[in-house]
Every structure is written in C-alpha cells, then in structure tokens.
Design a protein around this ligand. Structure first.
Ligand code: KIV
Length: 282
C-alpha cells in the first residue's frame, strides 16, 4: 500500500538535512503524474488562476474554483501531502471566516492542509485555523495576492531592514504553529539565514539553495506557460511546442485522410455487415 506523506515526514526531512520537494498540480492527471514521480507534497496553488484559468493575476480566484480543482487533485494523488492555497479575501477579513474557509479545503476539497500568504499580520488567523486542527503552511517574501501593494512581482527583502522584517515574520509564523513556510523571491542569503534560524522547513521558490525544500509551478517547469517567466524558473521540458506539434500532425492527418487508419476503426462481423448491406439494397 502507498504510504501517505505527513507533516512529520517533512519535519524529519529537515531534521535529517534531506531536501523536500513540492510541485503544484491542479487536476486529476497532473496530480497522478506528480505522485508517480514521488514528489513529497502537492500544492494546489492559486497560481491556478493564471496558468489554468487565464486570469492576469491570482486575485480573482474564488473558493469555488479552488475547491473544484482540489477535489480533482485529491482523486489523483495517493502519496503526496496535499496543500490547498487559500485564495485572496478568503482569510484576510476575519479569523472566523478564515477558519470556515480553511475547513472547506479539508472537508470538501480533500486537502491535508492549507497555505496562506502574509507575515505577522496573519498570526491571529493562522492560530485560529491551527486551533481548529488544520495544518497551515505560511508564505512570505513575494506574496502574489498583494502584488499591487508591493508594486508588482518584485524580489523582497533586498535591504537589511526588509531582510530583518522577513526574519521576524518567519519567527512569528513558526511561533503561531505553521508546519512550514514558503519563501518566494527572496535573496539567497536571507532565505538561507531564515532556514537556519527556524526549526520548521522552508520551501523556496526564487530563494536559493539554502532552503529546506523547493517548489515550482508545474506549468513553468514543463514549459506550458509563457506569459510570465521569472528568473527563478527552470524549464525541465518544453511541452508547449511538443503539444502544438502533435496538434499540427493531427490536423494534417485528418486533412489528408490518413487518420483514422484501419487499426483505429471498429469492424462488424462479416455476416452482420452483409446483412446490413443486403437490407440497404432491398
Ligand atoms: O500559487 C502558487 O502556486 C504558489 C507557489 C508559487 C508557492 O503560491
């Protein structure tokens, strides 16, 4: 039987100096593929809004959209620890609403935990969610839901003062009970220092090799999304062109009547076919 990854496994990996792997997935087939590669954790990120739903940012993403995709991922993954990303304005307004919405990720979405963006200002909501029995992954540095406030998708923590703020946010999230923290678009030296000074795992994206784990957006890794290509993305495949080439071949074969061929076609039993032809001739 497949062993399900837990937050204890993630903490053990940090304690033993073993890197943690995380990828996003948004539906049944991508969840199955990520699980087959034995990636430790799947994040159903609100990046869904940009890479799957075609929004310009993550801001418009709704609870309904997140839950719909979480359910599909939960059906596809047996092994990975599952994290549902709380969308913009599902947790910021008040802690009660944050707990209710976090609960929906577990009850309706089939997730094992939730992630939310923000530092010290989010501690009351985080504590309330954890008190309800729901593990929380923090997310600081570049927090895309507040990119408008940050002045765009910009590297965070580049001044000494900003780096200290990030470290204090990380310590506050740890004290609040988070099981880990995503560090996004942060100078490597700052992320490495945070990772050493806190006991819970850090998962980096654009935060250098000193983090305890690494996360990438699946569509970036596979070369399927070309609207935004941050420096920190490594494309491990160029599936966009591979897929377009397959579609072009399909179109050409249909136009030339090369597809479907004999092996793609169903036949009738010879006597049934003859009876049918006889009937048509009568
Ligand atoms: O939404 C997302 O995919 C994320 C990752 C980039 C960490 O938040």
């Amino acid at each position: 039987m497949t062993k399900k990854t837990t937050i204890l496994d993630l903490q053990n990996k940090k304690n033993n100096g073993q890197p943690i792997t995380m990828l996003t997935a948004y539906d049944y087939p991508t969840a199955q593929l990520v699980d087959a590669a034995e990636i430790d954790t799947i994040l159903v990120g609100d990046s869904l809004g940009m890479v799957v739903l075609g929004y310009k940012s993550t801001v418009p993403v709704t609870m309904a959209e997140m839950l719909h995709h979480c359910q599909a991922v939960a059906r596809g993954a047996q092994r990975a620890f599952l994290i549902g990303d709380m969308p913009f304005m599902s947790y910021q307004a008040d802690s009660g609403e944050a707990v209710r919405n976090a609960g929906r990720f577990l009850k309706e979405g089939g997730m094992d935990s939730v992630k939310l963006e923000g530092g010290r200002e989010m501690v009351p909501a985080i504590k309330a969610i954890i008190a309800a029995g729901i593990p929380v992954l923090g997310h600081i540095g570049l927090t895309p839901q507040s990119q408008s406030k940050l002045g765009g998708y910009r590297v965070q923590g580049r001044t000494a003062a900003a780096a200290i703020e990030l470290l204090e946010d990380a310590l506050a999230l740890q004290d609040a009970g988070c099981f880990g923290i995503v560090l996004e678009a942060v100078p490597a030296v700052v992320a490495a220092e945070i990772s050493q000074r806190i006991e819970i795992p850090t998962i980096g994206i654009g935060a250098g090799a000193g983090c305890d784990g690494q996360v990438l957006v699946l569509h970036d890794l596979l070369g399927l999304y070309d609207r935004l290509q941050p420096r920190f993305v490594k494309q491990y495949a160029s599936l966009r062109q591979t897929i377009i080439d397959a579609f072009l071949t399909f179109r050409a074969e249909v136009n030339q009547r090369d597809f479907p061929a004999h092996e793609h076609t169903y036949a009738m039993k010879a006597e049934e076919e003859q009876a049918f032809l006889n009937w048509l001739e009568e």
